[in-house]
Design a protein around this ligand. Structure first.
Ligand code: GLA
Length: 792
């Protein structure tokens, strides 16, 4: 197993991994609080989330603020060692505000005003809502911003409402005018001559209810996102000046919810968080890990699990309770994927209100439910692993996600079962089954540091996305393109080219035709003999030898018979032979020489600075190895000069460093600037692997394989890209790594099933949850968890 990390997800910076619950002291007489807080302490809770629906208690009439009770609650929690996260209460505008401004209520798709008395009943663009929001948030910010026990803030709660009122329609028209500049441009880009949709005045443009022009639909989603982002910004601008500099601001998103572009929404936030509920049934870790990885990818840093299910919910068809110990395994699953906090919703059942039957830790009588013991165990678990604070979850693989592609596909599925997220999971699950960690990141994010990038159904392919993928492959990365790639532009209009549009040359293929499949079609390849379902693309190989056909369709509808279904194309100039290594530390230089010359590379060692640059010019190498952390040189300067020089610009650089973690962290700060490979810290094995990867590879997968064939295909792709599993485990057992701030590798192994499991371990390990000093093999009880470090 590789011990280095090439992930570019940032450091977590968290001071501990928190355990907590949503607590609503306003539901209870104040003399109940002490007992609640005592029980929280005994469960090992370290954080409570408060106030996110408390507007009518905090401001019972306009401008009349009652904040003392919240202050007392925060202090009482603090004296039990429990920190607070405060929610701004804007998801629940109170009755007095709605009475004064009835058109603050949103209008639904059918044109009806929504009713008061649930939540998120507001029109996000209401000026009256904005004014009232600034008042309540301002009062809370002034009072609680400086409080050292308020560690973070959550804006609103689970944004989701779309409003169709006349004001929103007018604002949408303004948004379009600003974006398109002229009606002519809009008509042209949306092809409005189709069905006589041509607009001659901005006021004619409707809000889309149900299916509509694809251009209009995509812009409306962008407008809704922009409206929420503005509402969020409004609150952040009020909060920020009053907060301590350590305090962060987040919002609790809903995993795969697609009503908003989450990359846009998280840009202004410090931290992403999400709410994870199973509902009916049990959790499936091969799937749920993706939602954690998605949330980690929003900010490219660790996240908070702001709400999760304490046993059962109240809103699902069957509100079954999770099995005993299942929630503990789920909490560890979240932590293993980069959660820096796990909070249950909610602490105690309120006597009234809409959620009387939801699971809680404490029942209406104020006594702990049986589930409370499981949380108590989790409290003990987290206390036993303080070294997890500030650790990150690294990965060599990225899956790309884009909301515009997702919207586009969902609105025109072509096969009713073709689901964007399902398709992404079709690539995620085989990785998860092998314990291969993946980041799920925006299709617009930098790709430095990854060995393998998978771009599931990247339908909207603009120039910058295409260029980023081309650069990634040029640097030796392995790329997988899948179905329906490169069909559309950012206006959701078809590209005037065959798939994969601007990536056809890179892929070495184009799609001659696509077929929604009624029945499965046979597909046979080098590593599997299976079938394709839902969708099949007939691939045409462009200009030859470098494109290898990995699988072909068997006899089916006649159109596909015998045609290529999956291809792979090598990119790059061939094998690396000549290398210049810039290094001014003799030991390191000797080591590199030894490793590379034995493998037959033609190697020149140059001392940094000017001499290094001259050596590159003289030798014209296939590759440069550069130590950024040379004791007497500024490696960045050498790098910068080389990249500024036309002659040397295109020579790939592998950055090596043998320095300790502190230096390595410094390097991390610059990662975004580096276009080339990074090996850190230096290991001979990783270096040799990187040299092999200088040739990139692009796969074009034109079929939706059955699960077993998909697993075989991905096993092969992953192996060819040099990506290794965290650990080989029996089915149902997950293994993940977190790397601590000091570089220590922590293995988290979770049994997600109700049967005991045993497995071998890669090294002698210390087990932190059971307090064993070391073990050679691992036995996990049903839903058992082990946190392991190397036995030293
Ligand atoms: C959502 C909300 C919570 C609560 C839970 C119940 O996630 O944010 O306030 O209603 O659902 O499952």
């Amino acid at each position: 197993m590789s011990t280095t990390s090439s992930s570019n997800i940032r450091l977590s910076g968290a001071s501990r991994v928190h355990l907590g619950a949503a607590y609503y002291p306003e539901h209870w007489p104040e003399d109940h609080w002490a007992k609640d807080i005592q029980l929280m302490r005994e469960a090992g809770l370290t954080v409570a989330r408060l106030a996110e629906f408390a507007w009518s208690t905090l401001e019972p009439a306009e401008g009349e603020f009652h904040l003392d009770w919240l202050d007392r609650a925060v202090s009482a929690l603090a004296s039990a060692g429990i920190e607070s996260v405060l929610g701004t209460p804007t998801a629940a505008p109170p009755a007095w505000l709605v009475q004064r401004h009835p058109d603050l209520l949103a209008v639904d798709e059918s044109g009806r005003r929504v009713q008061f008395g649930n939540r998120c009943h507001y029109c996000v663009n209401s000026p009256e809502l904005h004014a009232a929001t600034c008042r309540i948030v301002g009062a809370m910010a002034k009072r609680f911003g400086p409080n050292p026990h308020v560690i973070g803030w959550q804006i609103d709660n689970e944004y989701n409402r779309v409003c169709y009122c006349d004001r929103c329609r007018g604002l949408f028209q303004h948004y379009l005018a600003a974006k398109f500049g002229s009606l002519r441009a809009l008509n042209d880009r949306w092809s409005t001559s189709y069905w006589s949709q041509t607009y001659s005045a901005w006021e004619q443009i409707p809000l889309p209810v149900g299916p509509h022009n694809p251009g209009l639909m995509i812009e409306f989603r962008r407008f809704v996102t922009a409206s929420y982002r503005q509402f969020q910004r409004l609150q952040m601008d009020v909060l920020r000046p009053c907060l301590r500099k350590e305090a962060w601001i987040t919002h609790n998103f809903m995993g795969w919810f697609d009503g908003l572009d989450h990359y846009e929404m998280t840009q202004d936030l410090d931290l992403a968080s999400w709410d994870w509920y199973v509902g009916t049934g049990h959790h499936d870790y091969l799937t749920t890990g993706a939602a954690h990885d998605l949330t980690r990818g929003f900010k490219r840093r660790n996240f908070w699990l702001m709400e999760t299910q304490p046993g059962n919910v109240n809103w699902s068809p069957v509100n079954n309770t999770l099995n005993r110990d299942e929630a503990r395994a789920m909490a560890w699953h979240a932590v293993a994927h980069g959660a820096d906090a796990v909070l249950y919703w909610q602490w105690r059942s309120a006597l009234g209100g809409q959620e009387q039957f939801h699971g809680t830790l404490v029942d209406p009588s104020g006594q702990p439910r049986p589930f409370y013991r499981e949380v108590q165990q989790l409290g003990r678990d987290l206390a036993a692993v303080p070294f997890l604070a500030g650790s990150t979850a690294p990965s060599d693989v990225a899956l790309l996600n884009s909301y515009d592609s997702r919207w586009s596909i969902q609105w025109q599925r072509h096969h009713h079962e073709f689901d964007y997220v399902e398709h992404l999971l079709h690539y995620y699950r085989p990785l998860a089954a092998r314990n291969i960690a993946a980041d799920i990141i925006s299709a617009d994010a930098p790709l430095d540091g990854y060995k393998l990038v998978i771009a599931p159904t990247l339908t909207i392919l603009n120039k910058s996305r295409a260029t980023r993928l081309q650069d990634f492959v040029a640097r030796g990365g392995h790329l997988v393109l899948t179905l329906r790639t490169g069909m559309k532009d950012a206006d959701n209009a078809l590209l005037p080219s065959r798939q994969p549009g601007p990536l056809a040359d890179l892929a070495g293929v184009q799609v001659e035709e696509y077929y929604a499949l009624l029945d499965p079609v046979p597909v046979a390849g080098e590593w599997f003999d299976g079938s394709s379902r839902l969708w099949a693309e007939r691939l045409q190989v462009l200009g030859g030898a470098k494109t290898q056909i990995i699988a072909r369709y068997g006899a089916s509808n006649g159109w596909l018979d015998g045609y290529p279904a999956i291809t792979a194309r090598e990119q790059g100039e061939g094998e690396v032979k000549k290398i210049v290594c810039i290094e001014d530390e003799p030991d390191m230089a000797r080591l590199i020489k030894l490793i590379l010359e034995r493998k037959g590379y033609d190697l020149t060692i140059a001392i940094g600075g000017q001499e290094g640059l001259e050596a590159i010019r003289r030798v014209k190498p296939d590759l440069v190895l550069l130590d950024l952390m040379m004791p007497d040189m500024d490696g960045w300067q050498v790098y910068g000069k080389m990249k500024a020089d036309e002659e040397m610009k295109s020579i790939p650089v592998i950055i090596v460093t043998a320095r300790a973690q502190s230096a390595d962290r410094g390097l991390g700060l610059h990662i975004a600037k580096v276009k080339d490979f990074i090996v850190k810290p230096f290991s001979p094995q990783e270096l040799l692997q990187s040299l092999e990867r200088v040739n990139g590879r692009v796969y074009c997968v034109g079929t939706y394989l059955d699960d077993a064939s998909q697993q075989s295909l991905l096993n092969h792709i992953v192996e060819a890209a040099g990506v290794e599993p965290v650990l080989e485990t029996p089915p149902g057992v997950e293994a993940r790594r977190r790397i601590t701030a000091s570089g220590q590798e922590v293995l988290i192994v979770i049994n997600h099933e109700r049967a005991e499991k045993s497995m071998g371990l890669p090294w002698l390990a210390r087990e932190h949850l059971s307090n064993q000093s070391f073990i050679e093999g691992l036995k996990l009880a049903p839903y058992g968890v082990a946190v392991l470090t190397r036995f030293a």
